[in-house]
Structure formats: C-alpha cells, structure tokens
Design a protein around this ligand. Structure first.
Ligand SMILES: Cc1ncc(COP(=O)(O)O)c(C=O)c1O
Length: 489
C-alpha cells in the first residue's frame, strides 16, 4: 500500500516559518476543512523532519492569527469559521474569554464533537445519514395532513409533556410485539430524539463531579452530554462480550451508566447474558440507573433478535431509550424513553421545562403510521434494503482489500467498523484525508475512544463506515476509490 499524503505543497520545509506558511496555504486552499483536526505535532514533526518544538511554534502562530484552535491536551483544529480581515478579531482567545459564561457554558467550549458538514461528500460513509429515497414521503405526508385536519381548536394548545397518549399507546403495543418489552403507557416519555433523552437523564441524575459509567469506545454525543453537566466519565473497556463488567466493581458513587447492549456503539458486540446480569446486579447495589440505548434494534441480519436488557426481571433500574432517527429520519427529532414508574413524574417535569413537549402534529402522524401497520412494513422494507447495502459493502471490502481489512459488528445496525491491518491508528486521519480528496468520506474510530490518540495503545487503523445513505453501486465505487487512493498514496 502506498504512502500517506505528505502535507504541504512545498517539499519538507524545516523552519517554523516555512511550516506555518505551508499549513496556512493548505487551510486557505481547503486541503484542511473548517473545524478539521490537524495532524498531531508528533506526526507532523516526523513528516517534515523537524522537531516538535518547531511544529508547536508554527501552530502557535496559526492559532494567534485565528486560523486554528489549540487546546491543552487536544489536537489542533482548523477554526470553525474563517473570515478574511476579521479573522483574528473574531476568534481571538481574548474575545472568547470576555464572554461571561456559566460553568456549563464554559464546559461546552471544550466539548467539540465531529464537525457538522452541511454538504456530504460525493460518496459519504458518514454514520447517521439515511438515504432520502428511503423516507416514506407519501405515507408521511398523508398522515401529517390527516393529523392537521383532525387538530381542531381544542388541540391547538400545549399538550402533555410526556407526549401524545395515542402515540404512547401505539408504541407500547409496538415494543411488546417487536422487542418483548412490557411497560405501561405512562412509563413512556416522547422526546425530541435520543439526544434529548440523554440530556434529560444527565440533568436529572448527575451533579458536577459525579462519576458516570460509559463504554470505551462510545457514542461521543452521550459522553459529551453527561460531561456537559460536569460529571466525570468512568470509562469501561469493551471486548467481544461487550462492556467488561468486572471493571465496574472498582467504580464508586456512579449514579448513571450508559450502555448499548444490543449492538455496542461503535464496535457492534452484543452484551453477553452473564454480563447483563452482572451489570444489573452492580446497578442495584450501587443505586445507579442504567440507560440502555437501543438505537438500531430494528436492524438484525441473519441473527435472532436480541432482547433488551429492560426485559430481564431484575431490570428495575433500567431506562430504555429508542429513536426514530434510524427508521424514519433524524430530521423528525422523535425518540422515546421507557422509565421506571418512580421516575415518571420527574421526567415529565424535566421535559415540560425543557421544551413543553415534542411537536404534536408529527407525533400524531407517527401514531397513525404505527397503528395502521405502515411503520412496521416500512421497517421490514428498510431492513431488507440495508441488508443488501451491508452485503455490498462487505463484498467490496473483501474484493479490494482481501484479508488486510476486517469488518466488525456487521450482524446488526447500519454501520460496520473496519480495521486495516497494514495501517495503525496514527494514520487514520491521513487515510480519511486521502479518501476525502477523492470524494469519499470515512470516519476514524479513534475519535470515539477516550484515550484517542497520543497515549492510545497501538491499534490498527479503524474506520466507521455508515452505509444506510448509499446505494450498492455507490458503496462499491466508494470502496474502490479508497483502495485506489491507498495504493497510489
Ligand atoms: C449510539 C447512538 N444512539 C442514538 C443515536 C440517535 O440519536 P438521535 O435519536 O438523537 O437522532 C445515534 C445516532 O447516530 C447513535 O449513534
């Protein structure tokens, strides 16, 4: 396989000034995009044959001029917005310091998730996107129109913060039918996407300084929302049986534990039966609540459905979290929590103060689709389509990379993690950049590890490939382009 791209139009500049010029030109020309992470000082030092002090000096100059942002212990990033002329003033650290923020506000500035790129690349394996053609436009439009027609003057007012009773009743039956999950209608709280469910949990259970348990690697948006209230992550590694529950015993005072037991995000393992029991026993003893994020439970291929943790008898401390972002669209911002009875009131109160309730017309439309069976037919259709996309991806990876690439977690969900045995984790950014230059988006798995780079143990290079937004032809073409990029360097 070929060499990684060498940064710089100028070959091997050695002085800080030259390196600064080269990087500045690349930022201006869009080689590095807004908010994109720059290579570590160690990686650049070895690329340029310069010392890390020289690279640090170049970075400091770029930061002082507002081209990049640097933070202690974090990799430098291109600034989120570049405005010629106003640049230095707009983003200077001094300007940022002068804003009077709460502790929460100050924490937010240190929690930067993946860049939100408005436009996907030509062939983008960005996880979380769905194909526009998969959205049931006609059925949704009809259901929404009927919901509007039904909404007489009595309905055009604030509604129950827990959500529409019709939708919750439809969901209760759906969860029982499809996930063997039994609950009362009152235990269901409709939220504006899983993210709001996580946000409510963070504020209901965590105070600054409280530890929370989270998998490593994990879903960054969960980790960040708990950290935003000042809680401290207690990272628990995962292996082929999911969360390593042995490590829980050493964690004291945790109030919350976030897990993805049916399909660990991102690696895809299923939490084993014995560890499920260990986890529940630990939670009971510790007095902690477990958030079970069942984000892609609808997508299983060639394997039996995996029952939620919530269905186990001892699961009295489990908060189940579901979303419509993977079956309909993330733009609907609709999800739900199933909470233990004793928590219903506090969740209703929190939801009411946050946004009164989730949008009612959309809830009514969704309730109709579930009740009429349209939603389940749609999910079955998407499961078949995504099984084909997944098969195309696995075949293309095998054709182009043979046994140098291992795909993990492909039995379920809408993404796989691919491990490249001939590259290591420090090369992930370079590989992703090479893909991007050919219009292909792939996403380094190290971004989802807390130990991430620097102190990270030597790992193979790994990437999250989301495939739900692409058709089979695009998937094959994307993998082919990537293979070419890595061959030619
Ligand atoms: C682990 C996990 N949970 C939940 C979600 C869905 O989030 P939301 O319902 O807020 O769109 C995602 C989306 O990518 C995810 O990766």
């Amino acid at each position: 396989m070929g060499q990684l791209e060498r940064p710089g139009r100028h070959r091997k500049p050695r002085g800080a000034r030259q390196i600064y010029e080269a990087l500045k030109a690349q930022i201006e020309e869009g080689v590095y995009r807004l908010s994109e992470r720059l290579p570590s000082t160690r990686a650049l030092a070895s690329e340029f044959g310069a010392s890390r002090t020289t690279i640090t000096a170049a970075y400091e100059q770029l930061a002082a001029e507002g081209f990049i942002e640097t933070r202690q212990g974090r990799q430098a990033r291109v600034a989120p917005a570049l405005r010629p002329g106003q640049l230095t003033r707009a983003t200077s650290p001094k300007a940022r310091r002068s804003a009077r923020l709460s502790a929460f506000g100050r924490r937010l500035s240190k929690l930067d998730g993946p860049a939100i790129t408005a436009e996907p690349l030509q062939i983008d394996f960005r996880y979380g996107d769905l194909a526009a053609s998969d959205f049931p436009r006609l059925a949704w439009r009809r259901a929404l129109t009927r919901a509007l027609a039904r909404s007489g003057p009595r309905n055009l007012r604030y509604q129950d913060p827990a959500g529409s009773k019709t939708l919750r009743a439809a969901l209760q039956a759906y969860l029982w039918r499809t996930r063997s999950l039994r609950c009362s209608v009152d235990q269901i709280i409709i939220v504006s996407g899983s993210q709001q469910g996580l946000d409510l949990c963070s504020r209901i259970f965590l105070d600054a300084g409280d530890p929370f348990v989270i998998e490593n690697p994990c879903y960054w948006a969960a980790r960040h929302v708990f950290a935003s209230v000042g809680a401290i992550p207690a990272l628990v590694p995962v292996d082929h049986e999911g969360l390593q529950t042995d490590a829980l015993m050493a964690i004291k005072r945790a109030r919350l534990c976030y897990v993805t037991p049916s399909h660990q995000f991102p690696l895809g393992h299923v939490l084993s039966a014995s560890r499920r029991h260990d986890l529940l026993r630990w939670a009971d003893k510790a007095g902690a609540y477990v958030i079970e994020d069942d984000y892609d439970g609808e997508y299983r291929y060639d394997i039996r459905p995996i029952q939620p943790l919530q269905t186990i008898d001892e699961a009295t401390n489990v908060i189940y979290l579901g979303t419509f972002s993977k079956t309909l669209s993330p733009l609907l911002r609709l999800g739900y929590l199933v909470v233990p009875t004793e928590l219903v009131d506090v969740f209703r109160a929190a939801k009411r103060l946050t946004d009164r309730h989730s949008p009612s017309l959309e809830q009514a439309a969704l309730a109709e689709l579930i009740q009429a069976g349209t939603y389940e037919r749609h999910v079955r259709k998407l499961r078949r389509k995504n099984a084909q996309r997944r098969a195309a991806l696995l075949a293309a990876l095998s054709d182009h990379f043979g046994d140098t690439v291992e795909a993990q977690g492909s039995d379920a969900g809408l993404h796989v993690v691919t491990w490249f045995s001939h590259f290591d984790a420090s090369q992930e950014d370079g590989i992703a950049r090479q893909g991007r230059q050919r219009g292909v988006g792939i996403y380094p798995v190290s971004d989802l590890y807390e130990d991430s780079r620097g102190g990270a143990p030597q790992r193979r290079a790994g990437f999250v490939f989301g495939y739900a937004a692409l058709d089979e032809r695009e998937i094959r073409a994307g993998v082919g382009r990537l293979a070419n990029a890595l061959r030619t360097g």
